[in-house]
Design a protein around this ligand. Structure first.
Ligand code: S3P
Length: 167
């Protein structure tokens, strides 16, 4: 399929860039977190607290299976979706996977103390460990890696050039 999929760790800028790309290409944007919140009628924090993380991960897998069969979408993934290798075949089938990475220092600046994200509760060490553990898993599924540490506009323009090469 010809979808453009944005993946990467929490805070890397997937949601913001997804909106810009959807506007630019006139494509529908699917944000997996927003889609899950809409369908469940609960915030991500409430879903984790009520049903546990494995339940949330199953919803993510069902969603990516569903959307990998559609076309012309910009799909912005929750940070854990591409960290699960079981989802990689669906991501590959869905389209081109663009990994955003702003580096660990900028990641910490952006997400430390954010209570809406259940996985930031473990604090700095936990975030660093999770980032390091996931990085190679994201890289394994990515068609291209974009440095997203700079301004939103710079990240957008760099991604547009990368997409021209990919398509
Ligand atoms: C998660 C990232 C979040 C959200 C959930 C779990 C993760 O999405 O899906 O809190 O495991 O990295 P963002 O990457 O949009 O913050």
């Amino acid at each position: 399929m010809n979808n453009l999929i944005l993946c990467g760790f929490m805070g890397c800028g997937k949601t913001t860039l997804g909106k810009k790309l959807a506007g630019h290409f006139g494509r529908e944007l699917i944000d997996t977190d927003s889609e899950i919140v809409k369908r469940e009628g609960k915030s991500i924090a409430d879903i984790f607290a009520t049903y546990g993380e494995p339940y949330f991960r199953r919803l993510e897998t069902e969603l990516i299976k569903e959307f990998s069969a559609r076309e012309n979408l910009i799909i912005s993934l929750g940070g854990g979706l591409a960290a699960n290798t079981d989802n990689h075949p669906y991501l590959k089938a869905a389209g081109k996977v663009i990994l955003l990475d702003c580096g660990i220092d900028e990641t910490l600046n952006r997400i430390m103390g954010d209570n809406s994200r259940p996985l930031t509760k473990g604090g700095k060490e936990d975030i660093i460990n999770r980032y390091n553990l996931r990085k190679p898993i994201y890289e394994a599924v990515a068609d291209v890696i974009i440095d997203s540490a700079k301004s939103e506009e710079k990240t957008f323009l760099t991604t547009l050039s990368a997409i021209e090469e990919l398509l």
